[in-house]
Design a protein around this ligand. Structure first.
Ligand code: OOG
Ligand code: MG
Length: 262
C-alpha cells in the first residue's frame, strides 16, 4: 500500500459523491501516480463500506474487462472486479433516468447465480459450472465517473469498475443444457442491432471469468458465497445510450431483457 488511510477515505468519498451526484472527475492516478493495486481495491472497499453504513445491501459481484473487445475499447489488459449494490438493480423492462447518471453505456453479459461457495486459488471452469445454480442474461449499465471514460486500471478499480445499474431477466436456465461458449448475444437499440457476439469472447468461456474472480478473491482470503449473483463481463464493446433509447438484449436459449432510458 502506498496511500494512507486518510487519503483512501478521501478518494472513496470523492468518487462516491461523483457517483451519487452524477458528475465526472479526472482520474485519481493523475494526483496519486504512486497508488498500487491494494490501494485501488482499498478505495473500492471503502466505497462499499460507506454504502453499507448508509443501509445499502450488497447484492452481487461483477467481473469487468474480461473480453478482448472491452480491453481494446478501454486500452487496458487485465480483468478486474467490483460489487453490485441493491439500488443498481433495475427491474426487467424498467426505466433508467439519464439525469441520475453521467454518460451511461450498456453491455451484454451472462449472469451466474451460485449454489455452492467458490474459493481460489485453483478455481477452474469445472468448479464454477458445478457450483452454478443457474444463468440468465443481463444488461449491465456502466457509468465511469472519469471524464470521457478515460482511465487506467487502478483508477477504474477504485471507481468500483464503473458499476452503475444492471438488469437481469429473460429465461433462467441451469448450465447443463447450454454451451456458454457458442451462446450468441445481440444488443438492439431502438430495434436496430448495435453489437453482437458469443460467450467465448469472455476469456474463452464466461465461467472462466467467474473462476478468475474466485482466484482474485482467494488472494485476499475471501470466497464467493453460495447464492451470489455475478456478472461475468461484457461480451462486446459497450454501447453509448441517450434519453429515449430502448435497449434489448437477445440471448440465444436465454430469452431477452430490455430497459429504457428516459
Ligand atoms: C470498466 C467496466 C468494464 C465489463 O463488463 O467489461 C465492465 C469500464 O469499461 O468502464 O463492466
Ligand atoms: Mg460489465
Amino acid at each position: 500500500m502506498k496511500l494512507d488511510q486518510a487519503t483512501i477515505a478521501k478518494l472513496a468519498a470523492h468518487l462516491e459523491n461523483c457517483e451519487l451526484e452524477a458528475r465526472d472527475t479526472t482520474k485519481i492516478t493523475d494526483d496519486h501516480p504512486e497508488m498500487d493495486w491494494d490501494d485501488a481495491y482499498a478505495i473500492q472497499d471503502e466505497i462499499k463500506r460507506r454504502k453499507i453504513a448508509r443501509g445499502c445491501r450488497i447484492v452481487g459481484l461483477k467481473a469487468g474487462l474480461t473480453s478482448h473487445a472491452k480491453m481494446k475499447q478501454m486500452g487496458v489488459d487485465t480483468p478486474v472486479f467490483g460489487f453490485l449494490a441493491d439500488y443498481f438493480s433495475v427491474p426487467e423492462g424498467g426505466e433508467i433516468k439519464l439525469s441520475e447518471l453521467i454518460h451511461p453505456k450498456v453491455e451484454p453479459e451472462i449472469a451466474f447465480v451460485t449454489k455452492a461457495a467458490l474459493k481460489g486459488p485453483g478455481c477452474h471452469i469445472g468448479a464454477v459450472l458445478a457450483a452454478t445454480d443457474f444463468v440468465m442474461p443481463a444488461i449491465e449499465i456502466i457509468d465511469s465517473r472519469y471524464r470521457d471514460f478515460k482511465f487506467d486500471l487502478k483508477s477504474v478499480v477504485a471507481d468500483n469498475c464503473s458499476s452503475s445499474r444492471f438488469v437481469v431477466g429473460g429465461r433462467i436456465r441451469p448450465v447443463e443444457d447450454l454451451d456458454l461458449r457458442t451462446l450468441g448475444v445481440v444488443i438492439e437499440k431502438n430495434g436496430e442491432v448495435v453489437a453482437l457476439g458469443a460467450g467465448a469472447a469472455v476469456l474463452g468461456h464466461p465461467a472462466a471469468a467467474i473462476a478468475m474472480l474466485a482466484n482474485l478473491l482467494g488472494e485476499r482470503g475471501e470466497e464467493i458465497p453460495a447464492g451470489t449473483l455475478i456478472l461475468s463481463g461484457a461480451i462486446t464493446e459497450a454501447v453509448m445510450v441517450k434519453a429515449g433509447d430502448n435497449v434489448t438484449l437477445r440471448a440465444q436459449d436465454l430469452g431477452s431483457v430490455s430497459v429504457r432510458f428516459a
